[in-house]
Design a protein around this ligand. Sequence first.
Ligand SMILES: Nc1ncnc2c1ncn2[C@@H]1O[C@H](COP(=O)(O)OP(=O)(O)OP(=O)(O)O)[C@@H](O)[C@H]1O
Ligand SMILES: [Mg+2]
Length: 259
Amino acid sequence: MIAIRVENVFKSYVSQSKDRRVQALGGVSFELQSGEILGVVGESGCGKSTLTRIVAGLERPDSGAVFIQDSPLQPIPLFNSKDRIRVVQLVFQDPYSSLNPRQTVFQTIHEVVKIYEPILTRDEQVARVNQLLSQVGISSDLGSRYPHQFSGGQRQRICIARSLAANPEILILDEPVSALDVSVRAEIINLLLDLKEKLNLTYIFVSHDLEIVKHVSDKIVVMLKGEIVESGTWTEIMDTPKNDYTKSLIAAIPVMNQF
Ligand SMILES: Nc1ncnc2c1ncn2[C@@H]1O[C@H](COP(=O)(O)OP(=O)(O)OP(=O)(O)O)[C@@H](O)[C@H]1O
Ligand SMILES: [Mg+2]
């Protein structure tokens, strides 16, 4: 089954100085099968996050279309259209700023469980929160703590648990490990890969880091200035890069890692 189909999406913004429009996406198209991981790479400002927000339904394209599991994506006034948000969830780069500092971890996740599992009793909701925490490797004993009492890696685990609380089928991960200490990046990547298998998820995985994208992705798209300039498997892209920008990315991979 096709999980995501993006057809010729354009998006522009008024620039900060308000004197011109910035074209963030200039005709992006791709398809992703259920259960696959699409890696998205490209330099800063090339439109990766814009693409993730549009696929998640948080922003409307100027033109073009997005289909999620064959139905056209409807705009979501955040919490009004539960069915749509249930399918696609976003995980952001900075786990600290995406958590409410005044809420305990339990409250943060419980808030989402209450929305998505309203028929559960209070005790069942508590059990569900604890299950979500343990799924991401956080002991339920820590539920009464606040975000600042956790490490960066633990906070990203909590953000992942919060996304999973909505029972998504597609997770969009926008630079999910870039803000983390190098030493915990692999742990979080492995957790994400495990969860994908266990829960049968489909991922869009955005990263600056070609090595990570190579490790996780079934398919890769390379973006440049709002367009997809290359797509294929890692091997296809490495063997026959079509675009100069891709060639420069490949050339920048440290030699010892090129195997
Ligand atoms: N809300 C907005 N208002 C105005 N311009 C925006 C807005 N969002 C994005 N842009 C512009 O659109 C372009 C694409 O931005 P986007 O954040 O999608 O890039 P990115 O590839 O995610 O970059 P990074 O790797 O730095 O996260 C940039 O020129 C950016 O300045
Ligand atoms: Mg971005």
